[in-house]
Design a binder for this molecule. Sequence first.
Ligand code: 5GP
Ligand code: ZN
Length: 115
Amino acid sequence: MSLPVDCLFCQFVNGTLETEIVGQNQRAIAFRDINPQAPLHVLVIPREHFADVATLAAADPAALADVVELAQEVAMDEADGEYRLIFNSGPEAGQSVFHVHGHVLGGTRLGWTPA
Ligand code: 5GP
Ligand code: ZN
């Protein structure tokens, strides 16, 4: 796991690096994925650093609730509230950034071919 000081997404939260933020609430922010896989592809993350969604759920359920609420808001704004919310957990599942993030995907009819 990256230390928060080296973490790309922590740098988006604290403003050290710029990104296109499309929504935020008390404990979470949302920004566009740099390599979109659907017309809507936004990442929702807690402001605080946790490696994965299970760690976040155990440590700060209110922050996880804010992440999910923000995903819903972005999808309501940009995809009529119909979307997929994915948390890759571990390298084998495709996780490459170890600051928990939900992928909010939508804006078209989505396929289903993860393997
Ligand atoms: P993971 O593979 O960990 O589930 O998802 C990481 C996501 O972060 C990828 O979809 C990738 O495109 C996105 N990403 C990686 N680097 C950056 C960046 O510098 N800015 C933004 N906005 N997204 C990034
Ligand atoms: Zn982080």
